[in-house]
Design a protein. Structure first.
Length: 234
């Protein structure tokens, strides 16, 4: 009960803080800086779902080594060769709950400050292989028993028919903590099924040193922590 009370207080603080990162464009400039710092501190950089080695050049642009992780292109070779900024909770999910989205989609929310803050929240952004990012689209995460086959040794599975994504175990904990954080911080509705899944993943897959340190660096830049990570890292 005490832990729940503390967590609720932290979430209240995170929802009222004035964030320094106010839009997606700013976030795309800041996120590589965070990963460059992590790399300098000795952390290996890898793509979010597939765990492929990443590097950053002097212009803070990511490159990925697909051969090193056994990634096989499913369909889009050009997009597979680049790193994109993946919204763990997709823009569609937090956007469609706003009037601006319902009245004209993502483009119509471009001048909505609340949407811009959600779209640029660093806690919800990760570097992912472009092809996987595109294939995942705005599909909900789920979990089922199936041998990965679509991207070589990458264990991500996309069910295009049912519009679901089964992420590798390495990313499930961070997915859960990002989703729960976004839902609580921005008052985004989740189905009971979603929340149960993310609560299970949050408890089953603890944050590693990389995720804990990433949370600290984001806090310094953005001005708020993800309390679902902070509480476990302590």
């Amino acid at each position: 009960m005490k832990i729940k009370t503390i967590l609720a207080a932290l979430l209240l603080c995170s929802s009222t803080v004035s964030m320094a990162v106010e839009d997606f464009a700013t976030a795309k400039r800041e996120l590589p800086k965070i990963y460059k710092t992590l790399n300098k501190e000795g952390f290996a950089l890898t793509s979010f779902y597939c765990g492929c080695p990443l590097s950053l050049n002097n212009r803070n642009k990511f490159s990925v080594d697909l051969k090193a992780c056994g990634y096989e292109v499913r369909k889009q070779a050009k997009r597979a060769s680049r790193i994109e900024y993946e919204h763990i909770m997709p823009a569609w999910e937090f956007g469609n709950q706003l009037a601006c989205w319902r009245d004209g989609g993502r483009k119509n929310c471009g001048k909505n400050s609340n949407f811009e803050r959600m779209e640029g929240d660093l806690h919800n952004l990760v570097p992912a292989i472009g092809e996987v990012n595109g294939d995942r689209s705005n599909f909900q995460y789920s979990q089922w028993n199936q041998k990965p086959y679509q991207y070589g040794q990458c264990e991500m599975i996309i069910d295009f028919k049912n519009k679901l994504a089964n992420p590798p175990m390495r990313s499930r904990g961070q997915i859960a903590r990002a989703y729960l954080y976004m839902a609580d911080t921005y008052n985004i509705r989740l189905s009971n099924q979603q929340r149960r899944l993310y609560e299970v993943w949050n408890n089953q897959y603890a944050p590693d040193a990389f995720e804990c340190r990433r949370n600290e660096l984001i806090t310094k830049i953005q001005g708020n922590a993800n309390p679902y990570i902070s509480q476990k890292c302590k």
